[in-house]
Design a protein around this ligand. Structure first.
Ligand code: GTP
Ligand code: MN
Ligand code: MN
Ligand code: MN
Ligand code: MN
Ligand code: MN
Length: 204
């Protein structure tokens, strides 16, 4: 297992840690940008209240709810749909890189373990999530400023994924995105390499 990574059981046995669960919701799509650039997949992220991009989800209390039930509760708050998530959707559990994390809702720092899930949906379900995120989600305009789709293509002017990756991301959500699109073959290793190179050039 990669360094810092834990099994679900090991993670839940850690005392003195809080737990956060986040999920990458995605679907296939046949739509084309400008009628010619295949979009291939819809991948959802969100603009958070702190100005950073991240995945929907949040703090879960394992003494009161399962990790997955907590994640579903957070999804109801943040995207307006109680999307069911199962143990099989869990990709990785790891210690948050910084030893101490500050919460917006409490002033004291805490040690954190993050659990990352990936869940495939139908395109229409993703569209329903996008609609609910602005219409019924209680966190809309508060903790969540909006859902965004991740561009997975590279345009002629080198825009697309490379430019998207130049934004600022919460925690290790940028690596969670990059690792997932590669693992799920949403982007080829070569395309990803070009995008990462472009994002480094643009970062300054
Ligand atoms: P509060 O009500 O403000 O506590 O928000 P929340 O329960 O929705 O929690 P939040 O989504 O902010 O996640 C809690 C912590 O997990 C954050 O402070 C980050 O350190 C971390 N975090 C947030 N989003 C992500 C993400 O997409 N990936 C990873 N790895 N960590 C994240
Ligand atoms: Mn136009
Ligand atoms: Mn939340
Ligand atoms: Mn959250
Ligand atoms: Mn919360
Ligand atoms: Mn909250």
């Amino acid at each position: 297992m990669a360094s810092g990574q834990l099994s679900r059981e090991e993670a839940l046995a850690c005392s003195g840690y809080r737990h956060a669960c986040h999920v990458m919701l995605y679907s296939d799509t046949k739509t084309q940008l400008f009628g010619k650039i295949p979009i291939r997949h819809i991948v959802l992220m969100q603009m958070r209240y702190d100005g950073l991009l991240g995945f929907p989800g949040g703090l879960v209390n394992p003494s009161k709810e399962t990790l997955e039930a907590g994640l579903t509760r957070e999804l109801l708050e943040e995207v307006g749909v109680a999307v069911p998530v199962s143990e099989e959707d869990l990709v990785a559990s790891r210690y948050a890189p910084a030893p101490f994390v500050f919460s917006s809702s409490s002033s004291s720092p805490y040690r954190l373990i993050t659990h990352f899930y990936v869940k495939k949906m139908e395109e229409e379900q993703i569209r329903e999530v996008e609609r609910a995120a602005v219409s019924t989600a209680t966190d809309h305009g508060l903790e969540v400023l909006g859902m965004v789709r991740v561009p997975l293509y590279t345009t002629k002017s080198k825009g697309g994924l490379g430019s998207f990756l130049t934004h600022s991301f919460i925690g290790n959500s940028r690596s969670q995105l990059v690792d997932s699109v590669l693992r799920l073959n949403m982007v080829s290793a070569e395309e990803l390499h070009r995008a990462l190179t472009h994002s480094l050039k643009t970062y300054s």
